[in-house]
Design a protein around this ligand. Sequence first.
Ligand code: FAD
Ligand code: NAI
Length: 475
Amino acid sequence: MSKNFDVVVIGAGPGGYIAAIRAAQLGLSVACIDAWTNAQGGPAPGGTCTNVGCIPSKALLQSTENYEHASLHFKDHGIQIKGLELDVGRMLARKDGVVKQNNDGILYLFKKNKVSFFHGRGGFGAKVEGGYEVKVAGNSEEVLVGKHVIVATGSSPRALPGAPFDEKLILSNDGALAIDEVPNRLGVIGAGVIGLEMGSVWRRCGAEVTILEALPAFLGAVDETIAKEAHKVFTKQGLKIHLGVKIGAVKADKKGVSIDWTDDQGAAQTLAVDKLIVSIGRVPNTGGLNAEAAGLALDERGNVKVDEACRTNLPNIWAIGDVVRGPMLAHKAEEEGVAVAERIAGQHGHVNFNTIPWVIYTSPEIAWVGQTEQQLKQSGRSYKAGSFPFMANGRARALGDTTGMVKFLADAKTDEILGVHIVGPMASELISEAVVAMEFKASAEDIARICHAHPSLSEATKEAALAVDKRTLNL
Ligand code: FAD
Ligand code: NAI
Protein backbone atom coordinates (compact mmCIF):
# COMPACT_ATOMS: atom_id res chain seq x y z
CA MET A 1 0.00 0.00 0.00
CA SER A 2 1.44 3.35 -0.94
CA LYS A 3 1.25 6.41 1.26
CA ASN A 4 0.09 9.58 -0.44
CA PHE A 5 1.38 13.09 0.18
CA ASP A 6 1.04 16.50 -1.41
CA VAL A 7 4.83 16.81 -1.33
CA VAL A 8 7.60 14.21 -1.08
CA VAL A 9 11.05 15.68 -0.42
CA ILE A 10 14.10 13.52 -1.18
CA GLY A 11 16.98 14.62 1.08
CA ALA A 12 16.92 16.32 4.47
CA GLY A 13 19.88 18.67 4.11
CA PRO A 14 19.30 22.40 4.64
CA GLY A 15 17.46 22.54 1.31
CA GLY A 16 15.20 19.53 1.87
CA TYR A 17 14.34 19.85 5.54
CA ILE A 18 13.55 23.56 5.23
CA ALA A 19 11.41 22.92 2.13
CA ALA A 20 9.53 20.19 4.04
CA ILE A 21 8.87 22.44 7.04
CA ARG A 22 7.76 25.40 4.91
CA ALA A 23 5.42 23.18 2.86
CA ALA A 24 3.92 21.77 6.07
CA GLN A 25 3.47 25.31 7.46
CA LEU A 26 1.46 26.07 4.33
CA GLY A 27 -0.96 23.24 5.11
CA LEU A 28 0.39 20.61 2.71
CA SER A 29 0.90 16.96 3.71
CA VAL A 30 4.64 16.32 3.53
CA ALA A 31 7.06 13.39 3.61
CA CYS A 32 10.82 13.81 3.80
CA ILE A 33 13.22 10.95 3.04
CA ASP A 34 16.87 11.00 4.06
CA ALA A 35 19.55 8.34 3.87
CA TRP A 36 22.19 9.78 6.24
CA THR A 37 22.95 7.32 9.05
CA ASN A 38 24.78 8.03 12.29
CA ALA A 39 27.37 5.75 13.94
CA GLN A 40 24.57 3.93 15.82
CA GLY A 41 22.66 3.21 12.61
CA GLY A 42 20.00 5.81 13.34
CA PRO A 43 18.86 8.72 11.19
CA ALA A 44 21.01 11.84 11.02
CA PRO A 45 19.02 14.45 9.08
CA GLY A 46 20.70 17.72 8.17
CA GLY A 47 22.73 16.50 5.22
CA THR A 48 26.28 17.49 4.41
CA CYS A 49 25.81 20.80 6.23
CA THR A 50 24.96 19.28 9.60
CA ASN A 51 26.98 16.06 9.46
CA VAL A 52 30.21 16.81 7.60
CA GLY A 53 30.01 20.45 6.53
CA CYS A 54 29.00 23.82 7.93
CA ILE A 55 28.28 22.78 11.50
CA PRO A 56 31.19 20.45 12.41
CA SER A 57 33.69 22.65 10.54
CA LYS A 58 32.56 25.71 12.48
CA ALA A 59 32.77 23.74 15.75
CA LEU A 60 36.40 22.82 15.03
CA LEU A 61 37.20 26.32 13.79
CA GLN A 62 35.89 27.73 17.09
CA SER A 63 37.80 25.19 19.23
CA THR A 64 41.07 25.79 17.43
CA GLU A 65 40.61 29.56 17.41
CA ASN A 66 40.17 29.40 21.19
CA TYR A 67 43.36 27.34 21.39
CA GLU A 68 45.26 29.81 19.23
CA HIS A 69 44.01 32.72 21.35
CA ALA A 70 45.06 30.95 24.54
CA SER A 71 48.49 30.05 23.17
CA LEU A 72 49.32 33.27 21.32
CA HIS A 73 47.10 36.17 22.34
CA PHE A 74 45.95 35.79 25.95
CA LYS A 75 49.32 37.02 27.21
CA ASP A 76 48.66 40.41 25.57
CA HIS A 77 45.63 40.68 27.88
CA GLY A 78 47.75 39.87 30.94
CA ILE A 79 46.52 36.29 31.13
CA GLN A 80 49.27 33.71 31.61
CA ILE A 81 48.53 30.05 31.08
CA LYS A 82 50.96 27.37 32.14
CA GLY A 83 50.78 23.85 30.76
CA LEU A 84 48.29 24.62 27.98
CA GLU A 85 47.37 21.41 26.18
CA LEU A 86 45.17 20.47 23.26
CA ASP A 87 42.97 17.41 23.74
CA VAL A 88 42.04 16.48 20.17
CA GLY A 89 39.78 13.63 21.33
CA ARG A 90 37.71 16.00 23.43
CA MET A 91 37.61 18.59 20.67
CA LEU A 92 36.22 15.96 18.25
CA ALA A 93 33.74 14.68 20.84
CA ARG A 94 32.45 18.23 21.37
CA LYS A 95 32.08 18.63 17.59
CA ASP A 96 30.16 15.32 17.42
CA GLY A 97 27.90 16.56 20.23
CA VAL A 98 27.13 19.76 18.34
CA VAL A 99 26.28 17.70 15.23
CA LYS A 100 23.95 15.44 17.24
CA GLN A 101 22.13 18.43 18.74
CA ASN A 102 21.43 19.62 15.22
CA ASN A 103 20.31 16.15 14.00
CA ASP A 104 17.96 15.85 16.97
CA GLY A 105 16.73 19.40 16.44
CA ILE A 106 15.62 18.57 12.89
CA LEU A 107 13.81 15.39 14.01
CA TYR A 108 12.03 17.51 16.62
CA LEU A 109 11.10 20.12 13.99
CA PHE A 110 9.68 17.39 11.73
CA LYS A 111 7.45 16.17 14.57
CA LYS A 112 6.42 19.69 15.51
CA ASN A 113 5.45 20.49 11.91
CA LYS A 114 3.89 17.07 11.22
CA VAL A 115 6.36 16.17 8.49
CA SER A 116 6.50 12.36 8.05
CA PHE A 117 10.15 11.34 8.09
CA PHE A 118 11.46 8.20 6.37
CA HIS A 119 15.01 7.00 7.00
CA GLY A 120 16.32 5.44 3.81
CA ARG A 121 17.20 6.07 0.20
CA GLY A 122 14.53 7.47 -2.09
CA GLY A 123 14.35 6.62 -5.78
CA PHE A 124 11.78 7.41 -8.44
CA GLY A 125 9.29 4.68 -9.31
CA ALA A 126 6.45 4.88 -11.78
CA LYS A 127 4.45 7.93 -12.77
CA VAL A 128 1.04 7.13 -11.32
CA GLU A 129 -2.40 8.68 -11.22
CA GLY A 130 -2.07 11.91 -9.28
CA GLY A 131 1.70 12.02 -8.94
CA TYR A 132 4.97 10.12 -8.78
CA GLU A 133 5.96 7.04 -6.87
CA VAL A 134 9.05 7.37 -4.70
CA LYS A 135 10.38 4.10 -3.31
CA VAL A 136 12.17 4.21 0.02
CA ALA A 137 14.84 1.56 0.63
CA GLY A 138 16.70 1.20 3.91
CA ASN A 139 15.50 1.39 7.50
CA SER A 140 12.07 2.35 6.20
CA GLU A 141 10.81 0.27 3.22
CA GLU A 142 7.86 2.14 1.76
CA VAL A 143 6.29 3.30 -1.44
CA LEU A 144 5.24 6.93 -1.25
CA VAL A 145 3.29 8.88 -3.82
CA GLY A 146 3.79 12.63 -4.07
CA LYS A 147 1.70 15.06 -6.10
CA HIS A 148 4.91 17.07 -6.07
CA VAL A 149 8.44 15.79 -5.53
CA ILE A 150 11.35 18.00 -4.45
CA VAL A 151 14.80 16.58 -5.19
CA ALA A 152 17.23 17.91 -2.57
CA THR A 153 19.92 15.24 -2.66
CA GLY A 154 22.93 17.55 -2.29
CA SER A 155 26.51 16.91 -3.32
CA SER A 156 29.58 14.79 -2.55
CA PRO A 157 33.32 15.55 -2.58
CA ARG A 158 35.16 15.26 -5.89
CA ALA A 159 38.21 12.97 -5.77
CA LEU A 160 41.42 13.43 -7.74
CA PRO A 161 41.64 10.96 -10.62
CA GLY A 162 43.65 7.94 -9.47
CA ALA A 163 43.58 8.95 -5.78
CA PRO A 164 40.31 7.77 -4.22
CA PHE A 165 39.43 8.89 -0.69
CA ASP A 166 40.37 6.31 1.95
CA GLU A 167 39.50 8.82 4.75
CA LYS A 168 42.66 7.75 6.61
CA LEU A 169 45.44 9.22 4.48
CA ILE A 170 43.62 10.80 1.54
CA LEU A 171 40.76 12.72 3.09
CA SER A 172 37.62 14.40 1.87
CA ASN A 173 35.85 16.93 4.11
CA ASP A 174 34.50 13.90 6.00
CA GLY A 175 37.94 12.60 7.04
CA ALA A 176 39.33 16.12 7.44
CA LEU A 177 36.79 16.71 10.22
CA ALA A 178 37.77 13.52 12.05
CA ILE A 179 41.60 13.58 12.17
CA ASP A 180 42.24 12.21 15.67
CA GLU A 181 45.87 13.27 16.10
CA VAL A 182 47.51 16.47 14.88
CA PRO A 183 49.53 15.51 11.78
CA ASN A 184 53.07 16.92 11.60
CA ARG A 185 52.68 17.65 7.89
CA LEU A 186 49.31 18.14 6.26
CA GLY A 187 48.86 18.58 2.52
CA VAL A 188 45.78 20.23 1.01
CA ILE A 189 44.90 20.19 -2.68
CA GLY A 190 42.66 23.12 -3.59
CA ALA A 191 42.87 26.56 -1.93
CA GLY A 192 39.11 27.02 -1.98
CA VAL A 193 36.72 27.37 0.92
CA ILE A 194 37.23 23.90 2.45
CA GLY A 195 41.01 23.95 1.90
CA LEU A 196 41.40 27.27 3.70
CA GLU A 197 38.98 26.48 6.54
CA MET A 198 40.30 22.96 7.23
CA GLY A 199 43.90 24.02 6.58
CA SER A 200 43.43 26.74 9.22
CA VAL A 201 41.96 24.28 11.74
CA TRP A 202 44.97 21.95 11.61
CA ARG A 203 47.57 24.73 11.27
CA ARG A 204 46.26 26.25 14.51
CA CYS A 205 46.77 22.85 16.17
CA GLY A 206 50.43 22.85 15.10
CA ALA A 207 50.47 21.02 11.75
CA GLU A 208 52.73 22.30 8.96
CA VAL A 209 50.14 22.92 6.24
CA THR A 210 50.98 23.12 2.53
CA ILE A 211 48.19 24.03 0.09
CA LEU A 212 48.52 23.35 -3.63
CA GLU A 213 46.16 25.31 -5.88
CA ALA A 214 45.77 24.92 -9.65
CA LEU A 215 44.67 28.47 -10.44
CA PRO A 216 47.29 31.23 -10.67
CA ALA A 217 45.15 33.68 -8.64
CA PHE A 218 44.39 33.23 -4.94
CA LEU A 219 40.61 33.14 -4.28
CA GLY A 220 39.84 34.26 -7.81
CA ALA A 221 36.11 34.75 -7.12
CA VAL A 222 36.80 37.14 -4.23
CA ASP A 223 37.35 40.89 -4.65
CA GLU A 224 41.06 41.34 -5.47
CA THR A 225 41.81 43.78 -2.64
CA ILE A 226 40.29 41.40 -0.11
CA ALA A 227 41.95 38.29 -1.61
CA LYS A 228 45.37 40.01 -1.56
CA GLU A 229 44.98 41.00 2.10
CA ALA A 230 43.79 37.50 3.04
CA HIS A 231 46.71 35.88 1.21
CA LYS A 232 49.16 38.12 3.06
CA VAL A 233 47.65 37.28 6.46
CA PHE A 234 47.29 33.52 5.85
CA THR A 235 50.90 33.30 4.64
CA LYS A 236 52.07 35.22 7.74
CA GLN A 237 50.09 32.80 9.92
CA GLY A 238 52.12 29.96 8.41
CA LEU A 239 49.97 28.45 5.66
CA LYS A 240 52.25 27.59 2.74
CA ILE A 241 50.19 28.34 -0.36
CA HIS A 242 51.46 27.46 -3.85
CA LEU A 243 49.43 28.80 -6.76
CA GLY A 244 49.38 27.81 -10.43
CA VAL A 245 50.42 24.21 -9.73
CA LYS A 246 49.69 21.03 -11.66
CA ILE A 247 49.11 17.91 -9.63
CA GLY A 248 50.75 14.68 -10.83
CA ALA A 249 50.85 11.24 -9.19
CA VAL A 250 49.52 10.89 -5.64
CA LYS A 251 50.72 7.82 -3.74
CA ALA A 252 49.70 6.70 -0.28
CA ASP A 253 51.59 4.11 1.78
CA LYS A 254 52.46 3.37 5.41
CA LYS A 255 54.73 6.42 5.61
CA GLY A 256 52.07 8.85 4.45
CA VAL A 257 51.21 10.47 1.14
CA SER A 258 53.53 11.75 -1.56
CA ILE A 259 52.29 14.16 -4.18
CA ASP A 260 54.19 14.92 -7.38
CA TRP A 261 53.44 18.42 -8.60
CA THR A 262 54.74 21.01 -11.01
CA ASP A 263 55.15 24.56 -9.72
CA ASP A 264 54.18 27.77 -11.52
CA GLN A 265 57.69 27.93 -13.08
CA GLY A 266 57.31 24.44 -14.54
CA ALA A 267 59.71 22.79 -12.07
CA ALA A 268 58.91 19.28 -10.82
CA GLN A 269 58.32 19.04 -7.06
CA THR A 270 57.33 16.36 -4.57
CA LEU A 271 55.46 17.00 -1.35
CA ALA A 272 55.57 14.37 1.40
CA VAL A 273 52.86 14.65 4.07
CA ASP A 274 51.29 12.54 6.81
CA LYS A 275 47.79 13.21 5.54
CA LEU A 276 46.28 14.84 2.48
CA ILE A 277 42.97 16.71 2.25
CA VAL A 278 41.56 16.90 -1.27
CA SER A 279 39.14 19.82 -1.57
CA ILE A 280 38.76 20.49 -5.28
CA GLY A 281 35.02 21.04 -5.45
CA ARG A 282 31.94 18.84 -5.19
CA VAL A 283 29.70 16.83 -7.51
CA PRO A 284 25.89 16.64 -7.43
CA ASN A 285 24.24 13.52 -5.94
CA THR A 286 21.98 11.99 -8.54
CA GLY A 287 23.03 8.32 -8.29
CA GLY A 288 20.39 6.03 -6.82
CA LEU A 289 17.59 8.46 -7.62
CA ASN A 290 16.61 6.46 -10.67
CA ALA A 291 16.52 9.83 -12.45
CA GLU A 292 16.99 8.32 -15.92
CA ALA A 293 14.00 5.99 -15.54
CA ALA A 294 11.85 8.90 -14.43
CA GLY A 295 13.09 10.93 -17.41
CA LEU A 296 14.60 13.67 -15.23
CA ALA A 297 17.02 15.73 -17.31
CA LEU A 298 20.53 16.50 -16.06
CA ASP A 299 22.76 19.28 -17.41
CA GLU A 300 26.29 18.89 -18.80
CA ARG A 301 27.78 19.06 -15.27
CA GLY A 302 25.50 16.32 -13.93
CA ASN A 303 23.24 18.73 -12.00
CA VAL A 304 19.50 18.24 -12.14
CA LYS A 305 18.51 20.74 -14.83
CA VAL A 306 16.21 23.46 -13.50
CA ASP A 307 14.91 26.86 -14.51
CA GLU A 308 15.09 30.04 -12.37
CA ALA A 309 12.16 28.76 -10.30
CA CYS A 310 13.74 25.31 -9.64
CA ARG A 311 11.34 23.53 -12.00
CA THR A 312 12.80 20.43 -13.65
CA ASN A 313 11.80 19.18 -17.12
CA LEU A 314 9.03 17.07 -15.50
CA PRO A 315 5.80 18.69 -14.28
CA ASN A 316 5.59 18.93 -10.47
CA ILE A 317 9.14 17.69 -9.94
CA TRP A 318 11.39 20.36 -8.48
CA ALA A 319 15.06 20.38 -7.49
CA ILE A 320 16.96 22.64 -5.09
CA GLY A 321 20.31 23.17 -3.35
CA ASP A 322 23.67 21.64 -4.23
CA VAL A 323 22.14 19.22 -6.74
CA VAL A 324 21.23 22.15 -9.05
CA ARG A 325 23.17 25.07 -10.59
CA GLY A 326 24.40 27.99 -8.51
CA PRO A 327 26.58 28.35 -5.43
CA MET A 328 26.85 25.34 -3.13
CA LEU A 329 25.79 27.12 0.04
CA ALA A 330 23.43 25.99 2.78
CA HIS A 331 21.51 29.29 2.87
CA LYS A 332 21.06 29.24 -0.94
CA ALA A 333 19.60 25.72 -0.61
CA GLU A 334 17.29 26.91 2.19
CA GLU A 335 16.05 29.91 0.21
CA GLU A 336 15.29 27.70 -2.78
CA GLY A 337 13.48 25.25 -0.47
CA VAL A 338 11.23 27.97 0.93
CA ALA A 339 10.55 29.43 -2.52
CA VAL A 340 9.62 26.03 -4.03
CA ALA A 341 7.31 25.15 -1.11
CA GLU A 342 5.58 28.51 -1.57
CA ARG A 343 5.24 28.01 -5.32
CA ILE A 344 3.68 24.56 -4.76
CA ALA A 345 1.21 26.20 -2.38
CA GLY A 346 0.29 28.71 -5.08
CA GLN A 347 2.32 31.59 -3.68
CA HIS A 348 5.09 33.58 -5.36
CA GLY A 349 8.30 32.29 -3.80
CA HIS A 350 11.39 34.24 -4.79
CA VAL A 351 15.17 33.96 -4.43
CA ASN A 352 17.39 36.95 -5.14
CA PHE A 353 20.62 35.40 -6.42
CA ASN A 354 22.32 38.84 -6.39
CA THR A 355 22.17 39.12 -2.62
CA ILE A 356 23.37 35.72 -1.49
CA PRO A 357 26.21 36.32 0.96
CA TRP A 358 29.41 34.28 0.96
CA VAL A 359 31.51 33.69 4.06
CA ILE A 360 34.84 31.94 4.52
CA TYR A 361 35.26 31.22 8.23
CA THR A 362 39.01 31.59 8.45
CA SER A 363 40.60 34.04 10.84
CA PRO A 364 40.25 36.77 9.72
CA GLU A 365 36.89 35.87 8.21
CA ILE A 366 36.14 36.80 4.62
CA ALA A 367 32.58 37.79 3.65
CA TRP A 368 31.02 39.41 0.67
CA VAL A 369 27.80 40.12 -1.19
CA GLY A 370 27.21 41.45 -4.68
CA GLN A 371 29.78 42.20 -7.32
CA THR A 372 33.55 42.41 -7.02
CA GLU A 373 35.60 45.32 -8.37
CA GLN A 374 36.99 43.10 -11.13
CA GLN A 375 33.45 42.10 -12.20
CA LEU A 376 32.38 45.74 -12.34
CA LYS A 377 35.43 46.66 -14.42
CA GLN A 378 34.74 43.76 -16.76
CA SER A 379 31.10 44.73 -17.25
CA GLY A 380 32.09 48.37 -17.89
CA ARG A 381 29.84 49.70 -15.13
CA SER A 382 31.06 52.97 -13.65
CA TYR A 383 31.43 52.73 -9.90
CA LYS A 384 32.88 54.42 -6.84
CA ALA A 385 34.84 52.52 -4.18
CA GLY A 386 35.43 53.28 -0.52
CA SER A 387 37.14 51.25 2.17
CA PHE A 388 37.94 51.49 5.84
CA PRO A 389 40.56 49.47 7.76
CA PHE A 390 39.76 47.78 11.10
CA MET A 391 43.09 49.28 12.27
CA ALA A 392 41.20 52.59 12.69
CA ASN A 393 38.20 51.03 14.50
CA GLY A 394 38.12 51.36 18.30
CA ARG A 395 36.28 48.08 18.95
CA ALA A 396 38.74 46.14 16.77
CA ARG A 397 41.63 47.63 18.75
CA ALA A 398 39.95 46.66 22.02
CA LEU A 399 39.38 43.14 20.66
CA GLY A 400 43.03 42.98 19.66
CA ASP A 401 42.10 42.09 16.09
CA THR A 402 42.69 44.91 13.65
CA THR A 403 43.34 42.86 10.52
CA GLY A 404 41.56 43.73 7.31
CA MET A 405 38.98 46.15 6.07
CA VAL A 406 35.45 46.79 4.81
CA LYS A 407 35.13 47.80 1.16
CA PHE A 408 32.08 49.29 -0.55
CA LEU A 409 31.39 49.47 -4.26
CA ALA A 410 28.58 51.79 -5.36
CA ASP A 411 27.19 52.97 -8.67
CA ALA A 412 29.01 56.13 -9.82
CA LYS A 413 25.79 57.98 -10.60
CA THR A 414 23.03 56.62 -8.37
CA ASP A 415 25.24 55.58 -5.40
CA GLU A 416 23.34 52.24 -5.22
CA ILE A 417 25.44 49.66 -3.37
CA LEU A 418 26.72 47.08 -5.86
CA GLY A 419 28.98 45.03 -3.61
CA VAL A 420 30.37 44.92 -0.09
CA HIS A 421 33.54 42.99 0.73
CA ILE A 422 34.98 42.36 4.16
CA VAL A 423 38.07 40.67 5.48
CA GLY A 424 38.38 40.98 9.23
CA PRO A 425 36.91 40.07 12.61
CA MET A 426 33.26 38.88 12.61
CA ALA A 427 32.91 39.52 8.88
CA SER A 428 30.26 36.74 8.85
CA GLU A 429 28.01 38.83 11.09
CA LEU A 430 28.86 42.23 9.61
CA ILE A 431 27.88 41.17 6.09
CA SER A 432 24.18 40.92 7.07
CA GLU A 433 23.85 44.70 7.15
CA ALA A 434 25.12 44.87 3.58
CA VAL A 435 22.72 42.11 2.47
CA VAL A 436 19.75 43.96 3.97
CA ALA A 437 20.92 47.23 2.43
CA MET A 438 21.25 45.66 -1.03
CA GLU A 439 17.86 43.92 -0.75
CA PHE A 440 16.34 47.37 -0.13
CA LYS A 441 18.43 48.86 -2.96
CA ALA A 442 20.09 51.22 -0.50
CA SER A 443 22.75 53.72 -1.48
CA ALA A 444 26.14 53.98 0.23
CA GLU A 445 24.90 57.29 1.65
CA ASP A 446 21.96 55.49 3.32
CA ILE A 447 24.42 53.38 5.33
CA ALA A 448 26.63 56.40 5.99
CA ARG A 449 23.64 58.26 7.49
CA ILE A 450 22.48 55.41 9.76
CA CYS A 451 23.45 55.55 13.46
CA HIS A 452 25.77 52.61 14.30
CA ALA A 453 26.51 51.65 17.93
CA HIS A 454 29.82 52.76 19.38
CA PRO A 455 32.17 51.09 19.85
CA SER A 456 31.33 48.36 17.37
CA LEU A 457 32.91 46.68 14.37
CA SER A 458 29.87 47.82 12.38
CA GLU A 459 31.22 51.36 12.55
CA ALA A 460 33.84 50.19 10.03
CA THR A 461 30.92 49.43 7.68
CA LYS A 462 29.52 52.94 8.14
CA GLU A 463 32.98 54.46 7.64
CA ALA A 464 33.55 52.44 4.45
CA ALA A 465 30.20 53.79 3.18
CA LEU A 466 31.38 57.31 4.07
CA ALA A 467 34.65 56.58 2.23
CA VAL A 468 32.68 56.13 -1.01
CA ASP A 469 32.00 59.88 -0.76
CA LYS A 470 35.58 60.50 0.49
CA ARG A 471 34.43 61.72 3.90
CA THR A 472 35.49 59.22 6.54
CA LEU A 473 35.39 60.68 10.03
CA ASN A 474 37.95 58.46 11.74
CA LEU A 475 40.65 58.13 9.11
P1 FAD B 1 23.01 18.25 1.45
O1 FAD B 1 23.29 19.02 2.67
O2 FAD B 1 24.15 17.55 0.79
O3 FAD B 1 21.90 17.19 1.84
C1 FAD B 1 21.44 16.22 0.96
C2 FAD B 1 20.88 15.07 1.77
O4 FAD B 1 20.22 14.19 0.88
C3 FAD B 1 21.94 14.23 2.49
O5 FAD B 1 21.52 13.96 3.79
C4 FAD B 1 22.01 12.96 1.66
O6 FAD B 1 22.35 11.82 2.43
C5 FAD B 1 20.56 12.86 1.22
N1 FAD B 1 20.36 12.05 0.01
C6 FAD B 1 21.07 12.06 -1.15
N2 FAD B 1 20.51 11.20 -2.03
C7 FAD B 1 19.44 10.64 -1.40
C8 FAD B 1 18.46 9.71 -1.79
N3 FAD B 1 18.44 9.17 -3.03
N4 FAD B 1 17.51 9.36 -0.88
C9 FAD B 1 17.50 9.90 0.36
N5 FAD B 1 18.39 10.80 0.78
C10 FAD B 1 19.35 11.16 -0.10
N6 FAD B 1 27.70 26.15 3.24
C11 FAD B 1 27.43 27.30 3.88
O7 FAD B 1 26.51 28.01 3.49
N7 FAD B 1 28.16 27.70 4.97
C12 FAD B 1 29.18 26.96 5.44
O8 FAD B 1 29.82 27.34 6.42
C13 FAD B 1 29.50 25.75 4.79
N8 FAD B 1 30.50 24.98 5.23
C14 FAD B 1 30.77 23.80 4.60
C15 FAD B 1 31.84 23.05 5.05
C16 FAD B 1 32.17 21.86 4.42
C17 FAD B 1 33.32 21.05 4.92
C18 FAD B 1 31.37 21.41 3.32
C19 FAD B 1 31.66 20.10 2.66
C20 FAD B 1 30.30 22.16 2.87
C21 FAD B 1 30.00 23.37 3.50
N9 FAD B 1 28.97 24.18 3.05
C22 FAD B 1 28.71 25.37 3.68
C23 FAD B 1 28.11 23.79 1.91
C24 FAD B 1 26.79 23.19 2.43
O9 FAD B 1 27.08 22.11 3.27
C25 FAD B 1 25.94 22.75 1.26
O10 FAD B 1 25.78 23.81 0.34
C26 FAD B 1 24.57 22.32 1.76
O11 FAD B 1 24.68 21.25 2.66
C27 FAD B 1 23.67 21.91 0.59
O12 FAD B 1 22.44 21.54 1.08
P2 FAD B 1 21.52 20.51 0.31
O13 FAD B 1 20.29 20.39 1.14
O14 FAD B 1 21.39 20.88 -1.10
O15 FAD B 1 22.32 19.11 0.31
P1 NAI C 1 35.97 25.30 -4.00
O1 NAI C 1 35.34 25.39 -5.32
O2 NAI C 1 35.72 26.34 -2.99
O3 NAI C 1 37.55 25.22 -4.17
C1 NAI C 1 38.18 24.24 -4.93
C2 NAI C 1 39.56 24.74 -5.31
O4 NAI C 1 40.29 23.66 -5.82
C3 NAI C 1 39.52 25.83 -6.37
O5 NAI C 1 40.31 26.92 -5.97
C4 NAI C 1 40.05 25.12 -7.60
O6 NAI C 1 40.75 25.98 -8.48
C5 NAI C 1 40.98 24.10 -6.98
N1 NAI C 1 41.22 22.93 -7.80
C6 NAI C 1 40.33 22.25 -8.56
N2 NAI C 1 40.93 21.20 -9.16
C7 NAI C 1 42.22 21.21 -8.75
C8 NAI C 1 43.33 20.38 -9.00
N3 NAI C 1 43.24 19.31 -9.80
N4 NAI C 1 44.51 20.68 -8.43
C9 NAI C 1 44.62 21.76 -7.61
N5 NAI C 1 43.60 22.59 -7.34
C10 NAI C 1 42.42 22.31 -7.89
O7 NAI C 1 35.59 23.83 -3.46
P2 NAI C 1 35.75 23.17 -2.03
O8 NAI C 1 36.71 23.90 -1.18
O9 NAI C 1 35.96 21.73 -2.31
O10 NAI C 1 34.32 23.35 -1.41
C11 NAI C 1 33.17 22.93 -2.11
C12 NAI C 1 32.05 23.88 -1.91
O11 NAI C 1 31.52 23.73 -0.60
C13 NAI C 1 32.43 25.34 -1.98
O12 NAI C 1 32.45 25.81 -3.31
C14 NAI C 1 31.37 26.00 -1.21
O13 NAI C 1 30.28 26.24 -2.05
C15 NAI C 1 31.01 24.96 -0.17
N6 NAI C 1 31.62 25.35 1.11
C16 NAI C 1 31.21 26.52 1.68
C17 NAI C 1 31.77 26.94 2.85
C18 NAI C 1 31.34 28.23 3.42
O14 NAI C 1 30.33 28.77 2.98
N7 NAI C 1 32.04 28.78 4.40
C19 NAI C 1 32.78 26.16 3.56
C20 NAI C 1 33.18 24.98 2.82
C21 NAI C 1 32.59 24.59 1.66
